[in-house]
Design a protein around this ligand. Sequence first.
Ligand SMILES: [Zn+2]
Length: 232
Amino acid sequence: MNSDPAEKLTITRLFLGNANAYIVKSGNEAAIIDGGLGSWPERFRKTLADNSGALADVRYIMVTHAHYDHVGSVKALKQAYPDALVVAHKNEAANLRAGLSPVPKGTMWFSRPISWLGCRIFRHCIHFKGFAVDLEVEDSLITELGGTEIEFFHTPGHTSGSLCLRVGQEAVFVGDTIFHVLPACFYPPFADLPERLIASWQRIAATGARMIHPGHGRPFSRTQFVARNGYF
Ligand SMILES: [Zn+2]
C-alpha cells in the first residue's frame, strides 16, 4: 500500500485550552489525534462535516499520552463515534482508564519548580474523566486510513508510553515528544525519561514525513527540525 498524494489528505489543527488536537481526513475516513484541555466534541464535529454536512467516518481516536491537557474531549468523542477505536500505547492504558495524569518531571530551570509544586498540590496526579483504550500499541502498528498508509509508533521520553502517528509521507503527529512553543526550540520542558528522548526524535526524523505536528505550538517541517538538531 502506498501513501496517497498529499492533496487527498486534509489536516486540521484545533487549539483546545492550551494544547493542539488534530483531525486527519483521508477520503471519507478520519482520525482524531488527542482531545485537548476541556471537552469540545462540537468543535470536532464541525470539522468532520463536509460542505453538505455529511460526517467523515471516524476510524481512530488516538491519544498521544495520558496527560490531562491532551485527553479532555476523548470520552465525549468515543460516545459520539462509538465505532472509532481509541488507540494508545500500552504503557498509558491503565492511567487513561483510571483518569490519572501523573505530574511529569521538569527538564529546565523554570519547569522543575512547576513539577515540584504540581506533585505537592495534586499529590503526583491530576485527574480527568477516564476511558477505555480499544487498541493498545507496543512498538509499531501499520494500518490505513481512507487508502493512506498510517503508522502508530512508540516514542518514549516525555512519558514512557508516548505514541506518534505517521500519515503517509506527509505528516507525523508527535504529542509532547517535541515541543514548539518558542521558535526553533524543540525540547519538552517536562519529560519522565529524558534519556530516551533523542532516540525517539531520531525515530521521528527517520519517518521521512514532510511536516511535524506537535501537541503545543505550530507545525514545522522535518527539514527545519533536522537542521536545528545535531543528532541525525
Ligand atoms: Zn504532556
